[in-house]
Design a protein around this ligand. Sequence first.
Ligand code: NAD
Ligand code: GLY
Length: 363
Amino acid sequence: MTTSMILEKVRVELGERSYDIEIGTGNIVTVGARMKALGLKGRAGIVTNDTVAPLYARAVTDSLTDAGFEPVLLVIPDGEEYKTLPWASHLFDRLLAMRFDRNCPLVALGGGVIGDITGFVAATYMRGIPFVQVPTTLLSQVDSSVGGKTGVNHPLGKNMLGAFYQPEFVCTDVATLGTLPEAEYLSGMAEVVKYGVIYDGEFFKWLEDNRTAILKKEPDAVARMIKRSCEIKALVVGQDERESGLRAILNYGHTVGHAVESLTNYTGYRHGEAVSIGMVVAARLAHKSGLCGREVEARVEALLAGLGLPVKMPALPPAGVLAAIAIDKKSEGGKVKFVLPTKIGEVVITKEWDESVLLEVLK
Ligand code: NAD
Ligand code: GLY
């Protein structure tokens, strides 16, 4: 028998769209009962991929059946290259063929790719059906399953098509990280470090002090860092759901990170790895621009490197990086906004950065 336990709950406060993130071990088996308690019922589509399905689809299917749902498994291939409109359309075809109606919920079972495409399908199928996030990567547990950014990629840009659409709740089972490849776990750690830099200096210090426990995946340390990450994301999203201001701080490291990802054709680096490099570049840009002391850059770089994440810019032509940055969708009036640290735990969002300083930093 599986012992299941909810260790922690974090609330995302968004008025009538508020929801809970439940963080536990073995709690994946409670997803059906929790959905039922929220008033969901009937047929439910479990969207997952061919890597995650053999690991966790059975537990979720059984949980839904036990709670009175009629679950249907919808499996797509594993990979960022399937987070596309054609694969969303494939899911629409399946839902329409099964005559799913407006009340039939979807369950996103997997990492950020599955969460993003399932959320997008849920947001747009019949103008919106309920969906639940069951994130199974560290990155999705601390970031992508929370906050309602959903979407798919377009050949001309990542995440270019999407919607803000919140889940009914998030069921985070820390035990699923047990099967996650090490490199994927570390990729998620980049987003965890991000929260420390942008919002919580004490949390950053805690990460520095508990690096060994984190690398050993000690359950208490892992649950604690997931909870704190979700709390920070929930606080930010609760104040600025649609990124008209504050939410942009969550993009720390992502401006250069996205450029690194696109210039290496999304095959050179995992998202978190590229963000790790981007965070170091942004800290260096902040230091060279006189916004923070050298120790900020040094601590960011040391923590990320100590966690086994890449911190050095790959050999890419700086002009190409600048061009890739310029098409970032977070630009405003043609000038890209950078999130730059002023100290550990505090950042500013600014268009006032000097291209020559950035070029120097990129070398
Ligand atoms: P991913 O979804 O590709 O998962 C990484 C790999 O781990 C995949 O091969 C997956 O099949 C496998 N996997 C998942 N769970 C597993 C488990 N428990 N055991 C074994 N293998 C498992 O990648 P990701 O890092 O989770 O997410 C990246 C995606 O998230 C990108 O598309 C990115 O754009 C998106 N993202 C979205 C947001 C948001 O706010 N919506 C935020 C950050 C990133
Ligand atoms: N991952 C950035 C955001 O959710 O806003």
